[in-house]
Design a protein around this ligand. Structure first.
Ligand code: 2DT
Ligand code: MG
Length: 221
């Protein structure tokens, strides 16, 4: 049987260099004649994605559970196309995925509280269960200081230091859970230079991108 493509997810906080690194990995794969494509969540181009975009730009208000489910639905819209692409032998690099969905929602706190969760962690995890699972997740871990030195956060919802700190804590928990379930979760020190991070990512991905024999796993199975 021919090998399928690898499903590689890049996760991290804002200003961690995810998009830059995802693009760099794609170029490197293309240079190596590996068939690959880059996708990104949220995919703001679909009808659901447009609702997400308006929410992130604070042009609309949505119930916290409703927006969580929309982010998940935005992945489910593309789930079968992700599987088809992988089966065709093409590798996918994915800029954010269900782990962002879980980290950003489960890190929300009740109004007036700094630590009391608004949504239950397992409730947040459930809607994404069954999506194609990544073969490798690279978590780009950036410190608050480095993020600031990179020009700081933007104008969108969640682009605030207190939010980012809480999101990071949930990402650490998620990484432990992915590994406990047999998945591959690599923490990459994203305070390092762009070139250094690029090399670490290549080292982690280079065997996988030769193709994968194992079937596509389901997330949180
Ligand atoms: P970008 O800046 O990468 O476009 O992300 N987010 C993302 C969620 O809250 N839930 C999700 O499921 C996903 C994929 C992270 C926009 C923001 O959306 C957040 C940052
Ligand atoms: Mg952003």
């Amino acid at each position: 049987m021919p090998k399928r493509g690898a499903f590689i997810v890049i996760e991290g906080l804002d200003r961690s260099g995810k998009s830059t690194q995802a693009a760099a990995l794609l170029r490197r794969l293309q240079d190596a004649q590996v068939s690959a494509k880059l996708i990104k969540f949220p995919d703001r181009t679909t009808p659901i994605g447009k609702m997400i975009d308006a929410y992130l730009r604070s042009e609309s208000e949505l119930d916290d559970r409703a927006i969580h489910l929309l982010f998940s639905a935005n992945r489910w819209e593309l789930a079968s196309s992700i599987e088809a692409t992988l089966r065709s032998g093409e590798t996918i690099i994915c800029d954010r995925y269900a782990f962002s969905g879980l980290a950003f929602s489960a890190s929300k706190v009740r109004p007036g509280s700094q630590s009391y969760p608004l949504l239950d962690y397992d409730w947040c995890r459930t809607p994404d269960a069954g999506l194609p699972a990544p073969d490798l997740t690279l978590f780009l871990d950036v410190s608050t200081d480095a993020a600031k030195a990179r020009g700081g956060y933007g104008e969108e919802r969640y682009e605030r230091e207190d939010v980012q700190r809480r999101v990071r804590d949930v990402f650490v928990r998620i990484g432990d859970q992915v590994e406990a379930g047999g998945g591959r979760w690599e923490v990459v020190d994203a305070d390092e230079s762009e070139e250094a991070v690029r090399d670490v990512i290549w080292d982690a991905a280079k065997d996988l991108v030769k193709g994968v024999d194992a079937p596509i796993e389901k997330l949180w199975d």
